[in-house]
Design a protein around this ligand. Structure first.
Ligand SMILES: CC(=O)N[C@@H](C)C(=O)N[C@@H](C)C(=O)N[C@@H](C)C(=O)O
Length: 655
């Protein structure tokens, strides 16, 4: 019977994650990745499928189980994709873990190896469909003793990276011959490569300053004479590039660092001839990328901007929604596809812009593939329907309130589904801080809801989805962000009637920092769960992949400059005030917020006799809750439920 099963932690099993909707430039096919979560193999079994646009016929192109990232060729006949492999040479040394393979759209299954690489940062076909520009990580850590002379030492999800350079290459796809593009840089990390439609140039965005890897320069490489020259310096942001159809101009996704890491990503128009730079989306005052949180995504190699003859397409995060926009030089940006209370999660457009493939999700619908053509949207896949039919999913309700400084703050409440008694509720704080809650699908929320916990999720100051000023809490962590959250608690208790004595607080990363901050400043909550969090900004500064610049930018302090401020903003400073029973969850390969952040808090709580438990997940990183091994994700969810059930006993609704 539909909705008969209770959606518990192991309901992850069998969920299909649809990602990477890639339209062939001629608009004939849409290629995409479908990854099935398997508890049996403890993996994501990913294959590459295609839909014929005119007939809707579905084709299995590569049956996996570790295939992903299809990138169609300009002539629409072939595509390259990534195959994850784990092999060693005769001496037992690990070989590069990614096969870059070439396949024909007319011969499903068959493919040929082009190169074995450590990873793929960016790919761009030559217009003649014979070569690829590629940004590839090169270099491997020492097998035994690590002899380190660079920064960062390690990077979340990549392990030790002190010998890694991300370099630009040209690859002949038929011979596999790889030719490095020389930029004459001692240290470099290429962010993106883009081959011009006339075939003559390759644009390359690259970080060249090891101590300030967030600064990007843009080079244009002349394919004929092999010379590269700088056309822009000191830019920031994602650094993605797209050429205009006439190969004269570049679109750059990023910013000038107006508000440090709190700046919105913008579509900037770069004239390679003059170096001129013009912001095309500043009038929006919204982030020109998708930052909505979801835990049902699989990896994708799609670009975040695309220049077709109808203009530059990009996504905008706005009040929990994600909308597809378009902008032309000299014109205002305009919405192309507004999904309402939903999220256009990824997109790609045919060369003439007449066909747009995208993935869409809602708070109760995991991602599926859609087609937008002739002002009409059509759903193309139903991979998650059987999974959805098994469970009862409650619908969230939006609320908003006027904060004490007059600003409007919005949030949502996800109650237990019909027939499930409310046991209590959790204030779930997102990370970033510059991400947003909204209309994305959160499996974890439905697990909490099905266990009888109403989930309250709010976008306080520091969140994305609003103005740049709303997001900018630099130097003021634990102030307006904290006040917005506490005022939201006040609102949901007084206005929405949630029981004040049956509340828990939880959050990850920055949300873990804020959870740690909350329990050091109030004992309102019966329980807390802090995940991949931050307790000490001084040690965060030197131990993580982004710490030495992220902490200085966001907290306005370093261990040597205003260290008092670093300490004042560290939850560990207030550990002697914590009374809330706290579960601490961390991964032992989290290099975004290192394990020391959890250990310091755990030690403090143990010494103070506060009920606490530390769960360390081996072989996992900062993204455990989003892409960790399925069995670990189930275990993590069970630990959370056990902790809440222990500290919010019984099933009573009133105080
Ligand atoms: C480069 C940068 O600004 N990264 C930050 C978004 C970042 O990783 N912040 C972490 C402290 C964080 O809160 N991460 C979020 C996205 C999470 O939920 O893990």
């Amino acid at each position: 019977m539909p909705g008969a099963e209770k959606l518990g932690p192991d309901s992850l099993d069998g969920l299909v994650l649809v990602s990477n909707p890639a339209v062939t430039p001629d608009g004939r096919y849409i290629l995409y990745t479908a990854a099935r979560v398997s508890l049996a193999t403890d993996s994501y079994e990913s294959s590459i499928l295609a839909v014929k646009v005119d007939s809707g016929e579905q084709i299995v192109l590569q049956s996996g189980p570790r295939d992903s990232c299809p990138v169609p060729s300009p002539d629409g006949r072939r595509y390259v994709f990534a195959r994850k492999v784990e092999q060693r040479d005769r001496r037992g040394n690990k070989l590069p873990g990614i096969e870059l393979r070439l396949a024909s759209l007319d011969a499903p299954g068959a493919s040929q190896l082009i190169a074995r690489v450590e990873g793929i940062v960016s790919l761009s076909w030559s217009p003649d469909s014979r070569r690829l520009a590629a940004a590839l990580p090169m270099g491997r850590p020492d097998e035994d003793v690590k002899e380190i002379e660079t920064l960062p030492v390690w990077f979340n999800g990549k392990g030790f990276v002190y010998k890694t350079r991300i370099e630009p290459f040209i690859i002949d796809v038929d011979s596999g011959i790889m030719e490095r593009i020389e930029l004459g840089l001692n240290w470099l990390q290429v962010s993106d490569v883009a081959w011009s439609p006339d075939g003559k140039k390759i644009a390359i965005s690259v970080a060249a300053d090891m101590l300030r890897p967030y600064l990007l320069d843009v080079y244009v490489y002349d394919v004929e004479n092999g010379e590269a020259h700088v056309v822009a310096q000191g830019l920031r942001g994602y650094g993605e590039l797209a050429w205009s159809p006439d190969s004269k101009l570049l679109a750059y996704l990023g910013h000038r660092g107006e508000r440090g890491f709190s700046s919105h990503q913008k579509i900037m128009l770069l004239n390679p001839e003059t170096g001129g730079l013009e912001c095309l989306t500043c009038s929006l005052d919204r982030n020109a990328v998708n930052t909505v949180n979801s835990d049902v995504r699989f990896r994708s190699c799609l670009k975040k901007l695309q220049w077709t003859i109808r203009g530059i397409y990009f996504l905008v995060s706005d009040s929990g929604r994600v909308i597809l926009y378009r902008v032309q030089p000299g014109m205002e940006p305009e919405p192309v596809l507004d999904p309402g209370e939903a999220v256009v999660d990824e997109f790609s457009a045919s060369r003439d812009g007449s066909i747009i493939a995208y993935t869409l999700m809602t708070p109760v619908d995991p991602k599926e593939l859609y087609l937008y053509r002739g002002m009409e949207a059509r759903r193309l896949t139903r991979h998650t329907e059987a999974w959805k039919r098994r469970y009862k999913l409650a619908q969230p309700r939006r609320f908003s309130f006027r904060a004490s400084d007059g600003a409007t703050v919005e949030g949502w409440v996800l109650p237990p589904p019909e027939g499930v008694e409310q046991r209590g509720w959790v204030l779930y704080i997102h990370g970033g801080p510059k991400t947003m809650w909204g209309y994305g699908f959160m499996h974890e929320f439905h697990v909490l809801s099905n266990a009888g916990y109403t989930v309250v999720y709010v976008n306080p100051r520091g969140s994305d989805g609003y103005s740049e000023d709303f997001a900018d809490i630099r130097c003021r962590y634990g102030e307006r962000d904290y006040m917005d959250l506490m005022e939201a608690v006040d609102y949901v208790v007084k206005q929405l009637g949630l029981p004040k004595s049956r509340a828990a607080v939880m959050g990850g990363s920055y949300g873990g920092f804020m959870t740690n901050w909350v329990i050091g400043h109030t004992s309102f909550f019966r329980a807390a769960v802090t995940m991949r969090g931050i307790s000490n900004w001084i040690s965060m500064y030197g131990t993580t992949d982004i710490g030495w610049y992220f902490v200085e930018d966001q907290l306005c302090c370093t261990p040597w400059r205003r260290s008092d401020l670093c300490w004042e903003k560290s939850p560990l400073r207030y550990a002697d005030r914590i009374e809330t029973p706290t579960l601490i969850i961390h991964s032992n390969e989290d290099y975004r917020c290192w394990l020391d952040q959890a250990l310091q808090l755990y030690t403090a709580l143990k010494l103070r006799g506060v009920e606490t438990k530390l769960a360390i997940f081996p072989g996992e990183n900062h993204d455990l809750s989003r892409s960790g091994k399925p069995r670990h994700r189930v275990k993590r969810l069970q630990l959370i439920l056990d902790w809440l059930n222990k500290h919010i006993p019984g099933a009573r609704n009133e105080d």
